[in-house]
Design a protein around this ligand. Structure first.
Ligand code: F6P
Length: 329
């Protein structure tokens, strides 16, 4: 248990924005209000902590935010916070504003920063996983992931209309530099013939063979979902060219869904998740605990040590790869 009662908590969003971040800020602020704890909002992630870019928040300042994508506190990937001097300055600013603990909403890079900050300044920190990539150990869902899946699958559905009307093949790139959660799930949900993910080596010849077999089986159009970080060694345009060279008779197009997957109103699932995580993050700090990430597993909100959340590795369910394979027979 902590020796000191927590009277003021700072909250920030860091790394890539994700739908549900606003709902999480709101949940942190309102849980604090419920427990008579003051809240300091930090703009632009850790950079704002270094530059003293703060705003006092209360229950009413987060009105009309639950349904909004992005983050009203703004986000950044701060280079300065990677330095000891930067973290020292940030600490001094928090102390100056009488802050006793910090809630960080972000991905693993943001959590690494939070851990270092705690180690150097013995400052209580708590993480809420916010990234559309879902690539954080210790939670089945990160904030924004469900919304991104729905956005991406809706786009794939629309592309399917054209693919099928023109007997075309589409390579569709979805986000995920290091993780295939979005690709694998939207691929299955969008009825893709083939899904390329960073977790799996896919020799390009194998991809071509699959496509050829599909044609032989009577498939007239093809949707191939490709994660940004796939392991073919070719970018999506090179993939298209490769297949086109071997089969000039195929009519092939490329669509990159890009940042449209990251924006937009959070799904109901993400709003509820954000609310539950915000409550847990604040109440865990008030219990005197630090260095945890709030997660959800089997619909139960629980805690994972931040260190484990960062180092835990991918939790992609490879059974889904088999399901995808069977579905594209
Ligand atoms: O980590 C979230 C994410 O959206 C990744 O899926 C993507 O690779 C990356 O961020 C893009 O980052 P940026 O917005 O800086 O281009």
């Amino acid at each position: 248990m902590s020796e000191k009662k927590i009277k003021k908590i700072a909250v920030l969003t860091s790394g890539g924005d994700a739908p549900g971040m606003n709902a999480a800020i709101r949940a942190v602020v309102r849980t604090c209000a419920y427990h008579n704890v003051a809240v300091l909002g930090v703009y632009r992630g850790y950079q704002g902590m270094i530059e003293e870019d703060f705003i006092e928040l209360n229950a009413r300042s987060v009105r009309d935010t639950i349904n909004k994508g992005g983050t009203f506190l703004k986000s950044a990937r701060s280079k300065d916070f990677r330095t000891k001097e930067g973290r020292q300055k940030a600490y001094e600013n928090l102390k100056k504003h009488n802050v006793d603990a910090l809630v960080v909403i972000g991905g693993d890079g943001s959590f690494t920063g939070a851990l270092l900050f705690n180690e150097e300044h013995n400052f209580p920190v708590m993480g809420i996983p916010g990234t559309i990539d879902n690539d954080i150990y210790g939670t089945s869902h990160t904030l924004g992931y469900d919304t991104a899946l729905n956005t991406a699958v809706e786009a794939i559905d629309k592309i399917r209309d054209t693919a099928s009307s023109h007997n075309r093949m589409f390579f569709i790139e979805v986000m995920g530099r290091d993780a295939g959660f979005i690709a694998l799930n939207t691929g299955i949900g969008g009825g893709a013939e083939r899904i390329l993910i960073p977790e799996e080596d896919t020799p390009i010849e194998e991809l071509l063979q699959d496509i050829e077999e599909g044609h032989a089986k009577g498939k007239t159009s093809n949707i191939i979902v490709v994660a940004e970080g796939d392991k073919t060694g070719k970018n999506i345009f090179e993939l298209k060219e490769y297949v086109e060279k071997k089969h000039p008779e195929y009519d092939i197009r490329v669509a990159i869904l890009g940042h449209m997957q990251r924006g937009g109103a959070p799904s109901c699932y993400d709003r509820v998740l954000a609310s539950r995580m915000g409550v847990k993050a604040v109440e865990t700090l008030l219990e005197g605990k630090s260095n945890y990430m709030v997660g959800i597993n089997n619909d139960v909100i629980d805690l994972t040590p931040l260190e484990k959340a960062i180092k835990g590795g991918s939790k992609l369910d490879m059974e889904l790869v088999r399901v995808a394979e069977i579905m594209s027979i």
